[in-house]
Design a protein around this ligand. Structure first.
Ligand code: BTN
Length: 326
């Protein structure tokens, strides 16, 4: 995506019509360049009205990320984070992992738009410009990578706490680390780690939270998905929402640093949407098991009471067995 496209879209942030000529004058480029730049708006998942005689207007004005707003909303937690905002990147996780060796603890990379957002299990993570929060946080610890087991579930707890303080009720967790609302995905977590068995190590914690996805983006995702706007009828201010998540991450990571996932397990289980439900788990080699979810262990593995006794699962996809709710 061209830097000029972002510059033009910023001028359209007020949701008003702007003529091509005015936009061109403000940016010191030709009208043809404006027209060309805005051709990319469709690919960004935006709906742009182009009306002869009036100019251009965004159907849904974009709320841009703003460092000073995020810092002020972080309050006392501000010195814990080093923020970097970027207009367009393939994936914040990919870039932060590449930069990890020279990056300080608390580095946050947030993107207005990802062109190749990555999800778990090799999936894509789609979000249109302004429709979501997509960012990654680098967290360093002295312990080895083994200590990070269960971290993705702990991050789910932080997201639920943040959603609660943003006034969102009814959100829940789905093992291993989806945040859902009525079984539709609201947010996802992708954690990548680097380090030694004996330490030190680091985690890049990638978070995507849907705020108000465009219809086009929802159609592309093609799985049961939702956003905060669909759930509450409101879209939280993006900078405020990002700061709120970071504040809750800081608190949860402090607990994790001392107790590991054990310190958050009870809270996680209380919010597990399939706790005590009869589920089917699809295993990596395409096998399946069935049984009742009894909880998770201190490493974040799922515990299911099957016909062969209680089993623990480190990976897999779970779904509810219809008609078997306890
Ligand atoms: C999932 O549920 O599959 C995980 C989705 C994680 C998406 C976020 S968006 C910010 C960060 N950068 C990425 O490429 N992925 C994560």
């Amino acid at each position: 995506m061209k830097p000029l496209t972002f510059a033009v879209l910023r001028l359209l942030a007020d949701g008003e019509f702007h003529s091509g000529e005015d936009l061109a004058n403000m940016l010191g480029v030709s009208r043809a360049s404006i027209w060309n730049a805005l051709k990319e708006a469709d690919a960004m998942g935006l709906t742009l009205y182009r009306i002869r005689g009036r100019g251009y207007r965004l159907a849904e004005p974009v709320q841009w990320l703003d460092k000073s707003r995020i810092i002020s909303a972080l309050g006392a937690h501000a010195n814990r984070f080093k923020l970097e905002l970027i207009d367009c990147i393939d994936s914040t996780n990919t870039l932060l992992m590449q930069k990890a060796s020279g990056a300080v603890d608390g580095s946050v990379l947030a993107a207005e738009l990802q062109t190749r957002g990555r999800g778990r299990r090799g999936r894509h993570w789609h979000a249109n410009l302004g429709g979501a929060l997509t960012f990654s946080l680098l967290w360093r610890i002295d312990q080895g990578v083994g200590f990070l087991t269960g971290l993705s579930l702990a991050v789910g707890v932080a997201l639920l706490r943040a959603l609660k303080s943003l006034g969102v009720s009814g959100a829940a967790l789905k093992w291993p680390n989806d945040v859902v609302h009525h079984n539709c995905k609201l947010a996802g977590i992708l954690i990548e780690v680097q380090g030694d068995v004996l330490g030190p190590s680091l985690a890049v914690i990638g978070i995507g939270m849907n705020l108000k996805l465009s219809e086009r983006t929802k159609a592309v995702i093609g799985q049961q998905t939702t956003d905060l706007y669909s759930v509450t009828g409101l879209v939280p201010e993006r900078n405020h929402a990002l700061a709120c998540i970071l504040r809750h991450l800081a608190q949860v990571l402090d607990i994790f640093a001392v107790h590991g996932f054990s310190g958050l397990r009870k809270e996680w289980v209380e919010h597990h949407v399939y706790q005590n439900k009869n589920v089917r788990i699809l295993l990596p080699e395409n096998g399946t098991d069935e049984g009742i979810v009894t909880g998770v262990d201190t490493a974040g593995a799922l515990l299911i009471k099957t016909s062969d006794g209680e089993r623990r699962y480190n990976t897999g996809e779970i779904s509810l067995r219809a008609g078997h709710v306890l």
